[in-house]
Design a protein around this ligand. Structure first.
Ligand SMILES: C[S@@+](CC[C@H](N)C(=O)[O-])C[C@H]1O[C@@H](n2cnc3c(N)ncnc32)[C@H](O)[C@@H]1O
Length: 283
C-alpha cells in the first residue's frame, strides 16, 4: 500500500482510501488472465490494485508482463512515490481522470479501479451538474459512476472492468440504474457485497462492493447478477446466460476452426480463388 497523502482531511477530500492487499489480489485473479493484458488504473493512489495486477501477471507469465499499464491519479505525491517504486514499467499520468481524453490514449483490455469514495453531496455543485449532463447520469450518484462511465471509453472491444464500488451500488436506485446501463454495453455484469468489511488504509467505514463487467461491446446482458465476494469455490463466478452462450459459441467456433485445419492438413486441400481470366490457388 503506502502512498503520499498528508492528513485525514486531504484523504477525505480526495476520497483516498486504499484497497487492502488481500482484496486487491483476489480481484487481480479475475482481472488478469493472460498476463500480457494492457491495464488502465484511473486513480492508482498507493498502487495496491496495480501491484496486485503486476504480481498476478508475473505468476501467469514469469518472463512476460503486462503491456505498459497506464496509472493516473490527481495526487502528485502518491504518484511520485509510486513512480519511484515501479519505475518505467508503468506509464504515469498526473491529473483529473475525468478530464482525460480517451481519443489521445491507446485502448485497454482491463480497467482495474477503485475510484475515489466521494459521495454525490461532496461533489462541487457546478462539477456535479457538468458531470451529470456529460454522462447522462441521474440521481444522487457518487463519483464512482462517472469514473466507470468514462473508463468504458478507454476499453477495447471485449474488454473488462474490475472495480471496487461503494456498498450503496448494491441497494440504491441510482446504483441499480447505473448497473442496468452497464448491461447495455457488456456481456456480463456482476456486483458483489464484500463478505467482510475491508480495512481500508485511511480508515473509512465504507462497506464497499465489487463490480465486474466483461465482454465490452461483445453484446448485452438482460440483467446483472448479485453475489458475495469472494465467491465460494462451489459458487464460483456466476456468469450471465449471455456470457455463457457467447463462451459456448466461441469455443464451438474454435473447435470448428481446428477441425477444418486438421482436415485441410490431412487432405492437403487447396483453396482456389477464382480470378477473371485465369485461376489462382493457395494451399
Ligand atoms: C479510493 S482511493 C483508491 C486508490 C487505489 N486505486 C487503491 O485501490 O488503493 C481513490 C484515489 O483516487 C484519487 N483521485 C481522487 N480524485 C481523482 C481524480 N479526479 N482523478 C484521478 N484520481 C483521483 C485519489 O488521490 C486516490 O488515490
Amino acid at each position: 500500500m503506502g502512498g503520499g497523502l498528508r492528513g485525514a482531511a486531504a484523504k477525505k477530500e480526495l476520497g483516498a482510501f486504499y484497497t487492502p492487499d488481500s482484496t486487491a489480489s483476489s480481484l487481480a485473479g479475475w482481472a488478469i488472465r493472460t498476463g500480457t493484458e494492457s491495464v488502465l488504473e484511473p486513480s492508482v493512489g498507493g498502487g495496491a490494485l496495480l501491484k496486485a495486477a503486476l504480481i498476478q501477471a508475473r505468476e501467469i507469465k514469469p518472463f512476460g508482463g503486462l503491456r505498459q499499464p497506464l496509472a493516473c491519479d490527481i495526487d502528485p505525491i502518491a504518484l511520485e512515490t509510486l513512480r519511484n517504486e515501479l519505475g518505467k514499467t508503468v506509464e504515469f499520468c498526473l491529473g483529473d481522470f475525468l478530464e482525460l481524453d480517451p481519443r489521445k490514449f491507446r485502448k485497454f483490455d482491463v480497467v482495474f479501479a477503485n475510484p475515489p469514495f466521494t459521495r454525490n453531496h461532496s461533489i462541487d455543485v457546478y462539477r456535479r451538474k457538468e458531470l451529470r449532463e456529460r454522462f447522462g447520469i441521474e440521481g444522487p450518484a457518487g463519483i464512482w459512476t462517472y469514473f466507470l462511465a468514462h473508463a468504458m471509453d478507454f476499453l477495447v472491444q471485449g474488454g473488462r472492468i474490475a472495480s471496487i464500488v461503494p456498498g450503496s451500488a448494491l441497494f440504491t436506485r441510482y446504483g441499480d440504474a447505473f448497473l442496468r446501463r452497464m448491461c447495455r454495453s457488456f456481456l456480463a455484469v456482476n456486483v458483489y457485497q464484500l463478505a467482510e468489511r475491508p480495512i481500508w488504509s485511511g480508515g473509512t467505514e465504507e462497506r464497499g462492493g465489487i463490480l465486474l463487467a466483461e465482454g465490452y461491446f461483445d453484446g448485452v446482458c438482460s440483467k446483472y447478477v448479485k453475489g458475495v465476494w469472494p465467491p465460494s469455490s462451489k459458487q464460483n463466478y456466476e456468469s450471465s446466460r449471455e456470457l455463457q452462450a457467447y463462451r459456448d459459441l466461441s469455443s464451438a467456433a474454435a473447435s470448428w476452426r481446428s477441425r477444418v485445419d486438421q482436415y485441410r492438413r490431412r487432405h492437403r486441400m487447396q483453396f482456389c480463388v477464382p480470378v477473371i481470366g485465369g485461376g489462382a490457388c493457395s494451399v
